[in-house]
Design a protein around this ligand. Sequence first.
Ligand code: FAD
Ligand code: SF4
Ligand code: SF4
Length: 484
Amino acid sequence: MPERMLQFVRLDQQTPDKRDSAARRADFAEIYTEFQPAKAAAQASRCSQCGVPFCQVHCPLNNNIPDWLKLTAEGRLEEAYEVSAATNNFPEICGRICPQDRLCEGNCVIEKGFDSVTIGAVERYVTDTAFERGWVKPIKPVRERTESIGIIGAGPGGLAAAEELRRRGYQVVVYDRHDRVGGLLIYGIPNFKLDKAIVQRRQQLMEASGIVFRLETEIGRDISFADIRSRHAAVLVATGVYRARDVGGPGSGLPGIVPALDYLTAANRVGLGDRVAAFADGLLDANGKNVVVIGGGDTAMDCVRTAVRQGATSVKCLYRRDKANMPGSMREVANAEEEGVAFVWLAAPEAFIGETGADGTARVAAVRAVKMHLGLPDASGRQSVEPIEGGHFNVPADLVIKALGFDPEDMQAAFALPELGVSRWGTLKVGHSTFMTNIAGVFAAGDIVRGASLVVWAIRDGRDAAQQIHAYLQQTTATAVAAE
Ligand code: FAD
Ligand code: SF4
Ligand code: SF4
């Protein structure tokens, strides 16, 4: 091992510089600046090159982290990029938006008190540098195959599968109901976490590789699933989960109470230069409003931080558990706090209070909430939450954003395929290692199989599903030849 590794004993952890919170509040630009080369190398050199690297074990892609850190520390960036790209289709995206505190970095074994290696920031730096220097090239398959694969959904799961299948020479067509490629990378996750240009340069690369995108095409509406199945040797369903969980109670139908994804999609579209009517007429614009976001996950964090940037008068996040029990990444919570978001822990909405405006229409004016306390852990090990009697209070709100999570749509109905196997949660059932549904030649990957999850897991599933589609087609071809 070169002497230049193991520097954690001398060198403190440093993340790339974070922009000042006042500057961050004023725009939608990414909040972390890029590592400078010397700093990236120095931070990579803090790695102790563990024999059993727990960082790698806890990365869903099992990325070869110690190797790319060592290569970065040695200034061998092109090789570092090759190693990183060998297991991850979009390392620069994961480097930006993986919850590293729960995955690779959270499991780095550098002793407590020294702080983990900043793995995500180095991963991002290596691939951004590779793009700048022209090392990232479109895929050129060694040989073309005639079989065509249809992929439904251009989110990270579908895109990772598309790349892996194209690499093997298949003719790949990706269908998406949206007008842009990227799924939640484009219309969910805000620009300040992931600049849209990062996603769009990947799209260009894929198009240059020969992957065909059919956008504004909803399967089940514009083209039937049966039609898609008949066009392709195999089909991958990577449609994500979009049915928003709702909050009930008196007044929950009042205007001014909106689902998180409607709000975030509008903000992302406006950022991309689109005209969005519901934003222009003020319904989905937080400017000048008292905003209350209900929920404690990453979607809620994206909503509160978007509202701050839109110029909200106040932004509060209402969450029924406490900070320690929040599902969202602690790093994102800290970012939100720095940007001026107020958290109301242990509080759940009970009702929504309306008022009639000058134009005679009713709108939400406040959330009536109740204080909660944490009870004993339930069967899942999570502490239950119970309302405190008499603990009611009102929070003024002109805009309420519901960010309570997502469930799958009814896929059997959407695809007019009643025989399609689904779990009791409505996710698609696939064979444990085959990724194939109960319908021959139809595979599934990403959130539609796991339920709402992470980008890095969607990439992993997309890669694994591609491998299984290839194995399936090889097998069916071999069987057909043997039968002749
Ligand atoms: P998606 O990204 O949802 O893509 C599915 C695609 O399928 C969409 O483009 C959709 O339009 C298309 N589609 C659906 N039905 C049809 C149809 N019938 N016909 C044609 N096209 C169809 N994860 C992280 O790791 N880090 C984060 O910071 C993070 N932040 C998030 C913030 C928000 C607001 C949300 C909602 C999620 C976030 N996630 C984050 C989760 C992550 O975005 C998802 O786990 C991931 O995008 C799932 O990928 P996917 O390919 O399975 O589905
Ligand atoms: Fe960490 Fe995510 Fe990169 Fe894996 S893909 S090394 S979990 S940032
Ligand atoms: Fe390096 Fe930490 Fe991974 Fe060990 S766990 S190989 S120190 S990054």
